[in-house]
Design a protein around this ligand. Structure first.
Ligand SMILES: C[S@@+](CC[C@H](N)C(=O)[O-])C[C@H]1O[C@@H](n2cnc3c(N)ncnc32)[C@H](O)[C@@H]1O
Length: 647
């Protein structure tokens, strides 16, 4: 029976085995022969001493940090969750590096869109410091979960010699691990400002591939310029850098406003719009665009605007006059215009502009107002406006996609997902992670009862969900009825009657499951522990004494790479508790004194539930005796269950 340990998947081993599959000739006695690998790769190898590369102090360590398995786990927290049994949304409290590591298997290639808003490294914000040796202990110290107070999250001042280096070392492993979670057609959006935009671009070029840069969007964050900058430059915008995982990814784009196209003259060619025909070049620049357009009916001649000319050549316009595509003015003071038909448009969609329209997506003040009005005070600085997130999510996802934000802050991304789902009866799911960063005891937020930013984030989601629920219960569903009817949304065929629309509205997932990062539930083997402090029971069981069954279940789910929102049902077999996860995908029995009847009962579940693959997990010390333990594997194998492990 194979044993599970407290570590997450070994990314290096995984990559080496992929490499071996591709280049078996570069392996001798299980090790990589670099010379042989170079030979296979031929001209693609660049081993010149001077070559184009982006590096900084600590880069190799940052790479190693990304590859070191996590010794943590995610412990479920029902009390802080909403609709635990049904929801598919997830909130994770913890350091996102460990969280990313823990999610590597369960969410590998599952996420359609990642949005992150990391510290911009302004000199005033703090940059999380990872610890290579024991990052979970480091996390607990930083967040004050051990030794009471916790370490101060000092900021990363610009005067520090490691200013950019610290930021890059923090971002590199996170961006690298995040990429593994993206679907092949997935997209990542990263908010950033001038401080680190150039470094971010370079790291992302390396991790995501420069050919996969979708665009660098500019977002005007405030309406009015200020005079705080000595050089009299007012930095009013920031960026959202977007990369796709692979090439040829298409965003939704912007629908052309077809409302402008009408057919007042019943033209058999269909609706049309009157379009300006003037150009943008002087006669010196483009002489062929400067000529008189003559109305063949009246003989009136229209000269070009001297600084602009026309947008089309004379031959082209003469042809268009013949085809009835030029509109001549009623008064000679007017200008000829083009009669543009919907049918002539190459596409009714234009690209999603890299200049975001803040009148539509909102400014920082909108974000602040939204969060303040929801949670009752200004307890969080600079949240993004929800419309900004709704726009990015709408551009890059379909209605059943997973959206991930691992620098959640005030949880704007989660709110945006809920709002969009309510608007189009979508089934998008969010996974967000946030550090329980302590709140200053002197701050208003602390006085209002919030001890960490993660507490603010969770409360924001709860209140945002409650607000949506209230709106849907009153006017929301009727407001959107027409939209719902038209669309063939997630729940299959379009609904037609208002009452059925209402019943669908009730299915919108407004809950979320809370998980918290902690050390593994499984006792480490190699630690040198003080025997006197341990009870005998403690010694026999491999599971830490302060952990619950449910904690262990979710650790097993993570190790198997199963979705954390799979339904879990409890059964009783021969008086022992047995958990059925995902309709037989995983059967877990954490009892002691397991008898053969229990094992046989589990074997029978294979036929009853008929899953594609069934895995079974027991506690290593959980069997009545060694005979049962040895026979268990055999009995299950006979039933067609080969993946049997112990903890
Ligand atoms: C700029 S804020 C995000 C704001 C968010 N977009 C919003 O609209 O509310 C960045 C957040 O990342 C969190 N953070 C920083 N380092 C982290 C880490 N290592 N793990 C998880 N969260 C972290 C900070 O606590 C902060 O709340």
């Amino acid at each position: 029976m194979e044993k599970m340990d407290g570590k997450t998947m070994d990314l290096v081993a995984e990559n080496v085995s992929k490499l071996k599959e591709l280049f078996p000739e570069a392996f001798t006695e299980g090790k990589i022969d670099f010379e042989a690998l170079k030979e296979v790769l031929g001209t693609f190898v660049d081993d010149r001493d001077e070559r184009y590369s982006f590096t900084w102090n600590g880069k190799s360590k940052a790479r190693m940090i990304a590859q070191t398995p996590s010794t943590g786990t995610l412990r479920p927290c029902r009390e802080e969750s909403v609709d635990w049994d049904t929801t598919q949304n997830i909130f994770i409290e913890g350091d996102n590096l460990e969280v990313l590591k823990l999610l590597q298997k369960s969410y590998h290639k599952k996420v359609k869109m990642i949005y992150i808003d990391p510290p911009y490294n302004t000199g005033k914000d703090f940059v999380y410091r990872d610890n290579f040796k024991d990052n979970i202990k480091n996390y607990k110290e930083i967040t004050g979960q051990v030794d009471g107070e916790g370490r101060n999250l000092s900021n990363n001042p610009e005067t520090s010699g490691r200013y950019h280096t610290d930021w890059l070392n923090m971002m590199y492993p996170r961006l690298k691990l995040a990429r593994n979670l993206l679907k092949d057609d997935g997209v990542i959006f990263i908010s950033i400002d001038d401080n680190e935009v150039s470094n971010l671009r370079k790291v992302c070029d390396e991790i995501y591939g420069e050919e996969n840069l979708l665009g660098v969007f500019q977002w005007r964050r405030r309406q009015r310029a200020d005079n705080r900058n000595q050089s009299r430059v007012s930095p009013d915008h920031e960026y959202i850098v977007a990369y796709s995982k692979t090439e040829n990814i298409v965003l939704k784009g912007t629908e052309v406003d077809l409302g402008k196209y009408k057919n007042p003259d019943n033209d058999p060619r269909g609706p049309w719009a009157s379009i300006d025909l003037s150009g943008l070049a002087t006669a010196t620049q483009r002489p062929n665009l400067h000529y008189d357009i003559v109305d063949p009916q009246t003989g009136i001649s229209y000269p070009p605007n001297p600084s602009r000319g026309w947008s089309k050549s004379k031959d082209n316009v003469l042809k268009m006059i013949k085809e009835g595509r030029i509109l001549f003015p009623k008064s000679p003071k007017g200008r000829p215009r083009e009669k543009k038909f919907v049918n002539d448009l190459n596409s009714t969609v234009t690209g999603f502009s890299t200049c975001l329209d803040s009148k539509h997506v909102g400014y920082t003040t909108n974000g602040t107002r939204e969060v303040t009005s929801l949670i009752g005070g200004k307890y969080f600085d600079f949240p993004k406006p929800t419309n900004l997130l709704k726009t990015l999510i709408d551009q890059s996802t379909e209605k059943a996609d997973i959206i991930f934000d691992f620098f959640a802050g005030a949880a704007t991304t989660a709110d945006a997902v809920l709002q969009l789902n309510a608007e189009d009866i979508g089934g998008r799911r969010f996974v967000v992670a946030q550090l329980p960063e302590k709140i200053d005891v002197k701050s208003e937020g602390f006085k209002a009862g919030y001890k960490s930013i993660a507490e603010i984030s969770k409360e924001r989601i709860r209140r945002a969900a409650a607000k949506i629920k209230k709106e849907l219960a009153t006017t929301g569903h009727t407001k959107n009825t027409e939209k719902y009817k038209k669309e063939n949304y997630l729940f299959g065929k379009a609904e037609t009657s208002v009452s059925s629309v209402f019943s669908v509205v009730k299915k919108i997932d407004l809950g979320f499951k809370v998980f918290k990062l902690d050390s593994t539930n499984i006792k480490p083997w190699e630690v040198d522990f003080d025997m006197t402090e341990r009870t005998l029971e403690d010694f026999i069981s491999n599971i830490k004494s302060d952990r619950k069954e449910e904690d262990v279940l979710y650790e097993i789910l993570l190790k198997y790479g199963l979705d954390l929102t799979l339904p879990i049902t409890e059964r009783t077999i021969a008086e022992h508790k047995v958990f059925d996860i995902g309709m037989g995908a995983l059967i877990v029995c954490l009892s002691d004194a397991i008898s053969l009847e229990v094992v046989e009962g589990i074997a029978r579940l294979k036929d009853e539930l008929n899953p594609e693959i069934m895995r079974v997990v027991f506690k290593d010390s959980g069997f009545k005796d060694d005979v049962v333990k040895t026979n268990a594997v055999q009995i299950l194998r006979t039933a067609g269950i080969v993946d049997v492990r112990s903890l």
